[in-house]
Design a protein around this ligand. Structure first.
Ligand code: SAM
Length: 240
């Protein structure tokens, strides 16, 4: 519904990022905003509460991914998705993706399940687990074309959460601020052990956002040894 308050702002952001869309997708995003605001009062799902801030810092930041990567019908997982960023937003604009949203916190998982039903999304699974445990499950291990994460952990720890889930020649993409360079320095050992290789760091322009944003692209060029990830909690406590 174009008359809705935030429609034109969202449309302008999508156009600035060169992202193709249909009107119903913006309607879904507005419904997401409404439901997030309602549920956030009860469950503290995200620190941001002001709609314009949610649009810029959560929606547009998540969508910056689609301004750089052209996705087909591929298998995708968002690790530590929280209230659905970036995975839920990407799914709305790429409904053909086979998407899993993973988080270890039940209240966020429950919110996303309700939102998925409300929006009528298909090929979307919301999973309540820790990344370290999911990667030990044969169904998921090395099963994804794309593994993404935003605001979950530094690159060394994050590599152990994500790379065991990436299929050979698949990709992990981390949403980062300008501190990514130091994090990459400290992650060289982790990447080498886990079978990842830094392919690119891509600066993205997020409409209306002050501050620099980057997508760190890692490619998986060899299989992750069986012993990784280590048991839940260890990758954070003792990064490789
Ligand atoms: C700071 S929030 C970021 C949420 C979202 N990605 C965003 O950018 O708004 C980090 C989230 O990661 C989840 N998380 C942290 N470690 C995790 C792990 N090992 N496995 C699964 N989820 C994890 C937390 O429960 C939390 O919801």
């Amino acid at each position: 519904m174009k008359s809705n308050k935030f429609y034109s702002r969202i449309a302008a952001g999508l156009e600035a990022m060169n992202i193709e869309y249909q009107e119903y997708m913006i309607d879904q995003l507005q419904d997401y905003l409404k439901f997030l605001k309602e549920e956030n009062k009860k469950y503290n799902l995200t620190a941001l509460d002001e709609p314009d801030e949610i649009i810029t810092k959560h929606f547009f930041d998540s969508l910056s991914f689609l301004s750089k990567f052209n996705l087909k019908q591929e298998k995708f997982i968002d690790i530590g998705t929280g209230a659905g960023f970036p995975g839920m937003v990407i799914k709305i604009f790429k409904p053909g993706l086979d998407m899993i949203l993973l988080d270890s916190l039940a209240k966020r998982v429950n919110f996303l399940k309700k939102l998925s039903t409300r929006l009528g999304l298909k090929k979307l699974e919301v999973v309540h687990a820790r990344a370290e445990d999911l990667a030990r499950d044969k169904i998921y291990r090395e099963g994804f074309d794309w593994v993404v994460a935003r605001a979950v952990a530094p690159v060394n720890t994050l590599s152990e959460y994500t790379l065991p889930l990436v299929r050979l020649n698949g990709k992990a993409v981390f949403f980062k601020g300008p501190g990514y360079k130091e994090e990459l320095q400290e992650a060289q050992n982790a990447l080498a052990i886990l079978g990842g290789r830094l392919k690119d760091t891509i600066k993205v322009k997020v409409p209306d956002l002050k501050g620099e944003r980057y997508l760190v692209l890692i490619e998986k060029d060899s299989s992750t040894p069986e012993k990784y990830p280590r048991r839940a909690g260890i990758p954070k406590k003792r990064p490789l």
